[in-house]
Design a protein. Structure first.
Length: 227
């Protein structure tokens, strides 16, 4: 169960030496995009399942309820707010931060029309669980590329560095906080929302451990699989 105690993003042979690298190797850039595509398809599975929106959408709904802003603009405000937290956490952006928004959005847009939308609720939950695992795997691939995280993953990594808690615990706490605040502000919460909030931290940790385990050149001193 070492993956549950993972505290840092592992470093492997294809990891970028630094996030601010605008000329990464072909393998690093390709795997970054593969991870982002997996992430986007996982998010699309959650949408297609129709068993509850993501925790951050719940938060955006809540903000929209009290501000008269649209869901889209509220989502933008939330993203900007999360990025502002990067400043005191000294979190470094990179090429992956930019591609995060572009590739994930494109993957959702292109895959969503082809994904199943089951009527049976049990199948909806199965689709949600597959989506969570795929988001976790995609996160593991793109974060190990070390070309800069997306807004929420950057917040996760920054808080982990400050608290020294396992990544799974930090991510779960962030997602639960987003759901709780959004629900208190009037956002709608479904079973899929709760499964994502309580499961994504562990899915990301599993993804990181899985990708590092099957990648050549893992550096044990920086991977820190041990607590």
């Amino acid at each position: 169960m070492k993956f549950l105690l993972l505290k840092t993003v592992p470093v492997v042979s294809w990891s970028s030496k630094k996030p601010l690298n605008f000329a990464p190797g072909l393998a690093t850039l390709s795997l970054l995009n593969l991870g982002l595509i997996c992430f986007g398809v996982g998010e699309a599975l959650l949408i297609a399942a129709g068993a509850g929106v993501s925790p951050w959408t719940v938060l955006a709904q809540g903000i929209s309820n009290i501000s008269d802003w649209s869901i889209g603009f509220s989502t933008f405000v939330v993203s900007v707010g999360v990025l502002l937290f990067w400043i005191p956490l000294q979190q470094m952006p990179g090429l992956g931060t930019l591609l995060n928004a572009i590739v994930i959005s494109a993957a959702i847009e292109l895959s969503l029309p082809y994904l199943p939308t089951p009527d049976l609720y049990a199948l909806k939950i199965v689709e949600v669980l597959i989506g969570i695992l795929l988001v976790g795997l995609g996160s593991g691939i793109y974060l190990i590329a070390n070309l800069g995280p997306g807004p929420r993953d950057g917040l996760m990594l920054g808080l982990q560095r400050v608290t020294s808690l396992p990544i799974a615990v930090v991510r779960t706490t962030i997602e639960i906080a987003a759901v709780a605040i959004g629900w208190l502000l009037g956002g709608s919460v479904g079973l899929g929302t709760l499964l994502f909030a309580f499961g994504i931290g562990y899915a990301v940790s599993i993804g990181l451990y899985f990708v590092a385990h099957f990648s050549p050149g893992t550096e044990p001193t920086t991977s820190k699989f041990d607590p």
